[in-house]
Ligand binder design. Sequence first.
Ligand SMILES: [Ca+2]
Ligand SMILES: [Ca+2]
Length: 335
Amino acid sequence: MGLNPASHPGITVRSPTLEVFRMLRRLVTGLCVVLSTLALAQGKPAAPNKDAGTPAPPPKPTAAATVKDGLSTPESVLYDAETDTFLVSNINGTPLTKDNNGYVSEFAADGTVITAKLIEGGQKGVTLNAPKGLALSQGTLYVADIDTVRLFDRKTGAPKGEVKVAGATFVNDVFAAADGKVYVTDSGLKAGKDGFEPSGTDGVYVIEPGKKPKLKTLLKSKDLNRPNGVLATADTLYVVSYGANELHVLDLNGKKKAEPTKLPKGGLDGLLLVGERFFISSWEGKAVFAGKPGEAFVEVVSDVNAPADLGFDVKRNRVLVPRFLDNQVEAWDVK
Ligand SMILES: [Ca+2]
Ligand SMILES: [Ca+2]
């Protein structure tokens, strides 16, 4: 009878099959420990190495130029390619106060002051209360001012008339189209107990130029959600909502052409078209977004508090951002 090693108390002889099985089990267990450790490491941020110090965050992008001198509640920036300068409207006070102290300043592209007050309320026969949107057409500067669009000589700043926007409570933006027509928005806001409240007058108008400029109503609708920035191409009118995150697409008669495009954030103000790209400023996002109607907009300028009506320096490819609450204008390089 042969010896049964497994049953003998003093002798341990391993069967080869059992040994292989045990080795495999150890390997698998070890592998599981390694894998679960790796998984944990991936799920958890690495603990900061105190000896090496916490690595510094990458530097935040900054504006290429900043203007701080002589600004008081700047609302709009308009770049004039002919002179390579830019104009800034200064509300100087609150947006709806008829204090006749508003002014328009002119700066070189690097931010140097050229004329501190090219146009000033209360001086040289000028009335100007709370200037907002600016537009330039055939040597005439159009300035939005509460319930009126005022006209001035671009070079001298001399007054050249005015167009009352009957029924409007908050004339905000003006845009000069290639054919000389000037489009106007009424944001439909009035002073309330806690800041501004809707007046229900939301609308878009057009001024037809001439010896006696004529105002025409294109659309009055609360669906525009406090219309602010406006621009027109040869066949389309674009309007952004201050009370929403919408870019509205209309025909030149104010009829809806397409569903509004939604932006990542609302409180929209400035509206520019550069090539085929739209640039839109957002108070809610403290940012400037870029994109095309019907497509996703991306953030191209960040960390700009209260960015109002944008300008564009075509020579240097810079978005000009008036920071309404900070009394400064910034020029940002964009690709
Ligand atoms: Ca004022
Ligand atoms: Ca505006």
